[in-house]
Ligand binder design. Sequence first.
Ligand code: MF3
Ligand code: CO
Ligand code: CO
Length: 274
Amino acid sequence: MTEYVLADTAAPSRTHAIKLYGPDGFEGMRRAGRLAAEVLDALVPHVKVGVSTDEIDRIAYEHIVRAGGLPACLGYRGYTKTTCISINHVICHGIPSERTFKDGDIANIDVTVILDGWHGDTSRMYLLGDVGVKAKKLVDTTYECLMLGIEQAKPGNRLGDISHAIQTHAERQRYSVVRDFCGHGVGRVFHDAPDVVHAGKAGTGPELKPGMFFTIEPMINIGRPDAKILDDGWTAVTRDRSLSAQFEHSVGITEDGCEIFTKSLAGLDRPPYA
Ligand code: MF3
Ligand code: CO
Ligand code: CO
């Protein structure tokens, strides 16, 4: 049985129960989500062949701090960067480094900001130079998966309706859905209940209620779904080295649907950005 708790009365930490937030929560998440989206917007002109992922991470850090926010990932479980930058067969949690972008790369950049205690968590794919048609199609389909999942995010539906919409669309293209990582409750806590899995049965799982805040962040592979973690303890790659893509939004369930907190006000939610 799923438990729900009014967020104002809950411990400000990860709980088993699902927190339900009120108008102050929506306002806080709107501001944090907007800042996170602005960071990804601001990176667009910098994500170019020859630029290092460390340089992108530095720009994201500066942007967040200048806006009065904090990078949520910095120091999180020992992570030492602001962003995760996951290129080609890296599924997620790629660590920024001296590696430079190469022609034909596809890269996910994931940023989470804390603004006045609220977490805005979002990621997008960026295309470097001349990207092949197969990679482009993976990126397009992954974005569609996210948005089809978001369409199911409304009161009365269940979490499994989101999972099912994503899985169905991915598998229709004979792609696979990564099972080792999932979306999560978000708000005053970075990673909270519930787990938002990206493959599952319609009509199952917790019922969606107004005031629930969570991320949807499907990771979709061209090949098999299996992941492995590299020796750095973070970088997750596809075992078969096939390409992987991901997009992420933070959303809040409203009376009649959901609000996307991390939408780009500049219209840069998906490539091409030019
Ligand atoms: N932003 C990631 C997510 O979507 C989490 C990254 S945790 C880090 O949940 F420590 F790797 F940065
Ligand atoms: Co997330
Ligand atoms: Co994220």
